[in-house]
Design a protein around this ligand. Structure first.
Ligand code: 26V
Length: 834
């Protein structure tokens, strides 16, 4: 590895010419706050509500940060010639709340704590009034948000580019144990963190045809023209006055209302095209398993890409950059394939609008572009039907065909006679591919790879599997293109803000610099056996658990015991993540307790939270089973405190911030080889939870960092999974040989948790006994045995706390500051271009 600490990270980034000025922290927030509060109160006089205080505080921070933001932009402009700017294109940024982060960044939380106290309010309750900006589905979106924090912190000249969704991730309600989805109207009361930029507007076209001019040049005549306008979401640094930008696009129709239709009284008809344009920004797609809305999704992707690239080119030219330098001065990063139309759009802009020739345009494109893959699941690899592209983006399709033809021609020279290879790597999938419905489709990942100078996976194992499986042909052809950059999380949000008490303990032992240089956590290693520190860890955990228990009481009316072991699994509900394996363990434990109520049980509270994609029936069935099992277990008088199962609804960033610091045990139990990285695993370990996990994703690197003996690992490893499948896996054999497993499955199948209804879980049980593609049956026995080792260690608090300290001590590597420094080193700096 080339970069080991945040200090080195800073060096790399300074080499890019970043502007980095330490914060002075003397801005007069109180003055801004008082003015903003006066405005709030002029509208609703009397004692200010928590909402008014929250808005006044956000307004005040915004004033201060907007000034810093302007200075950051000016500094980057001055350095444009020697600082390569990074443009991070992502359909998702899962930002969560911003006020607590802004106050921490400005170093003014105490000032506001006092100001709120004057109004009879406490800070955390005011902060809770802010809705989450939930503009992402899960890990990929949250990673992008952590990246923005590190961009600011490290002073990296950069833009995040996304869409300004009106409704973010759906709100999850539970009715009769089932998930119900409702729109998340997160901006209903405004959004203090965005600065509208009416002067930054770009045209974006759809449909129409391509006109061929007399000189052979080609020009697209779109049938529909939209305008994309910028809204800048501001992201503050914590140890400097830098403010980074997330630029989000809002679509509207270029044409005004149809006046004739309006005058005829056809008001809806007069505005139909406007509604269609605005629909692009309505929702974040929560679903990767339905056909519905695919066309709208493609329009979203095209709008993001087109507006962002026009903005980039305009800035480059305004700053005096020459076109041929565009790729050297600007990095364009594709966060998965969702923005993978970018190379086609960049080629179009360079060829058709700026008059470059193909070769020059292609050199620039390949210099600029890089791509991160976030999943090996074949069903998540985007492929767009040719018919749809032809209809909406005819010029882009032509360009994709030409990229493909030149790429395949080059290959024919390099590897003559291998037609099978050509058809495997072609950007165009012929009819008959998985889920194609008999249509030809563009493989977006192939486009991203061919157009990028670097392609990376997000954890060591994932990057290895990526080049051995889905991208094996490309990796053989272009080995130097494929690298690993292991994910991280921002310690500012996930340690400092989420767990202020633990942060205090770290400050007392290590000083405060770990916030900027997380590798300093390793200083805890020498203190792991210090009984005093162990006791402090224990006290902090106990207090966090008490707060979470109070939240569970408030939200669900359920009493949980803060002295029980808090065993937590929070993440999107997906079969490969195996929440069902967790439930099988809960059922087995329940049955064992009922059989022997007087045995010496280690009390446990199992907490699960997560959303299921709205069309993903199997995931929804798992949520229902969690509720059914919870109802039975939690109300059984023979069980009492020995076991509780809690499903916390409406999982999101803010809920994670409450849950993670309170966890004793972190469940990271995906089938080996399926979880690309995981980042929740990192947040838990950083907060002193121990992990029960498979040898998968970043679990592996975490175990290596803090010692495999300090993680509860279990289950088949990747090679064993492949082997067992190759030999013909039969889940029934495992069930027949394991009486406990047999009883668990029987109880579900026989309606033991569904009031005798044997239909409810038939599909779920059939799948477990039939194909069981994620090998729950094969891993069950080892999982249960490992859970017993967890119980045993938990009964020895000193030993448990010592391990918790060692876990935290080993997490220094997993900061996004280190991740971003690696991207700069290996992907984004001009030196990677050769
Ligand atoms: C695909 C689609 C398809 C269209 C509809 C919306 C949608 C949304 C997301 C996806 C792909 C999601 C891939 C993803 O989130 N991967 C996660 O990335 C994390 C950050 O690298 C990583 O820690 C997780 O292991 C990985 O599952």
């Amino acid at each position: 590895m080339t970069v080991t600490t945040a200090r080195q990270a800073l060096q790399s980034i300074k080499a890019l010419g970043a502007h980095f000025k330490p914060a002075t922290m003397n801005d007069d927030l109180s003055q801004h706050f008082k003015t903003a509060l006066r405005h709030e109160l002029s509208q609703c006089p009397g004692q200010p509500s928590r909402d008014s205080l929250m808005r006044a505080a956000a307004g005040a921070c915004r004033e201060l940060l907007a000034t810093r933001w302007a200075a950051s932009q000016a500094a980057d402009r001055e350095r444009a010639a020697d600082a390569r700017r990074v443009h991070y294109l992502s359909m998702e940024f899962l930002m969560g709340r911003a006020l607590g982060n802004a106050l921490a960044a400005l170093g003014l939380d105490e000032t506001l704590r006092a100001a709120f106290a004057e109004q009879g309010q406490v800070l955390p309750e005011v902060l809770e009034r802010e809705p989450d900006a939930a503009l992402g589905n899960g890990g990929l979106g949250r990673l992008a948000a952590c990246f923005l924090d590190s961009f600011a912190e490290l002073g990296l000249p950069s833009f995040g580019y996304g869409l300004r969704y009106q409704y973010g991730m759906f709100a999850q309600g539970i009715q009769n144990g089932r998930q119900v989805e409702t729109p998340d109207d997160w901006m209903a009361l405004g959004n203090a963190w965005e600065l509208p930029r009416p002067e930054l507007r770009y045209p974006v076209g759809f449909g129409g045809h391509v006109r061929v001019e007399a000189d052979g040049s080609r020009h697209w005549q779109p049938a529909e023209r939209l305008i994309a306008q910028a809204y800048d979401f501001i992201v503050p640094a914590h140890h400097s006055e830098r403010v980074s930008t997330l630029r989000q696009w809002q679509a509207s129709a270029a044409a005004p209302i149809d006046f004739d239709a309006f005058c005829r009284g056809d008001h809806a008809g007069a505005a139909r095209h406007r509604v269609a344009a605005e629909a692009i920004n309505w929702v974040l797609y929560p679903d990767d398993s339905t056909e519905a809305g695919r066309e709208l999704r493609l329009k979203q992707e095209a709008l993001l890409v087109s507006a962002s690239l026009q903005d980039l080119i305009a800035r480059h030219l305004n700053e005096g950059g020459a076109l041929h330098q565009l790729g050297r001065r600007n990095a364009i990063h594709l966060n998965d394939t969702h923005p993978a139309l970018a190379p086609a759009e960049l080629m179009r802009l360079l060829l058709d609008q700026h008059g470059l020739g193909w070769d020059e345009a292609w050199t620039i494109t390949r210099q600029a572009c890089s791509y991160t893959n976030h999943t090996l699941m074949p069903e998540a690899l985007e492929k767009w039907p040719l018919g749809m592209l032809e209809r909406l983006l005819p010029r882009h399709l032509e360009i994709i065909f030409e990229i493909n033809q030149r790429f395949l021609d080059e290959l024919r020279q390099r590897v003559p006679g291998d037609e099978a290879l050509l058809s495997r790597v072609s950007l165009i999938e012929e009819e008959g591919g998985y889920g194609s419905g008999g249509e030809r489709r563009v493989r977006m990942a192939h486009l991203a790879i061919v157009a990028s100078h670097r392609v990376n996976g997000v954890a060591a194992l994932h990057s290895e599997l990526m080049v051995q499986t889905i991208f094996a042909d490309f990796a053989r052809l272009y080995p130097e293109r494929f690298i690993n950059v292991t994910n991280g999380v921002t310690p500012r949000r996930w340690l400092q803000q989420a767990n202020p008490q633990l942060a205090g303990v770290l400050d007392a032992r290590l000083g405060q610099d770990w916030r900027q240089d997380l590798s300093q956590l390793q200083g805890l290693r020498a203190l792991a056996a210090d009984a005093g520190l162990g006791a402090e860890f224990g006290r902090v955990k106990r207090a966090n658990k008490q707060r979470l228990a109070a939240l569970v009481g408030r939200e669900l009316g359920l009493a949980i015991n803060p002295d029980s072991l808090f065993d937590v699994q929070i993440k999107r509900i997906h079969e490969y993540k195996r929440q069902l394996l967790n439930l099988l363990h809960v059922i087995a434990r329940y049955q064992a307790i009922v059989a022997q109520p007087d045995a010496d049980w280690t009390p446990r509270t199992v907490l699960i939270a997560g959303k299921a994609a709205s069309a993903y029936q199997m995931a929804k069935s798992v949520i229902q089973l969690a509720h059914d099992v919870g109802r039975v277990v939690n109300s059984d008088p023979r069980v009492g405190d020995k076991l509780k199962l809690v499903f916390l609804p409406n999982y999101g960033v803010s809920l994670a911030e409450s849950i993670i610091p309170a966890a004793d045990l972190s469940e990271q139990i995906s089938t080996a080889g399926t979880e690309a990285s995981g980042t929740g695993n990192m947040k838990f370990a950083m907060n002193g939870a121990l992990t029960i996990g498979t040898w998968d994703g970043a679990n592996i690197e975490m175990a290596e960092a803090f010692g495999t003996e300090n993680m509860f690992t279990f289950g088949l490893r990747t090679e064993a999974v492949a082997q067992i499948k190759a030999l013909g896996y039969d889940p029934r054999l495992y069930v027949e040989q394991n009486r406990q497993l047999q009883q668990v499955i029987d109880a579900i199948a026989n309606g033991g948790f569904s009031n005798g209804d044997t239909e409810r879980y038939r599909a779920l049980v059939d799948k477990l006994l039939g194909s069981d593609p994620y090998l729950l049956m094969a891993d069950f026995a080892d999982y249960l045995a490992t859970q017993q080792r967890v119980d045993a260690l938990y009964r020895d608090p000193a030993a448990w706390n010592q391990r918790a300290i060692l876990n935290v001590a080993g997490m220094g590597w997993f900061s996004t500051d280190r991740t971003i420094a690696e991207y700069v080193d290996k992907v984004w700096s001009a030196s990677t271009l050769g």
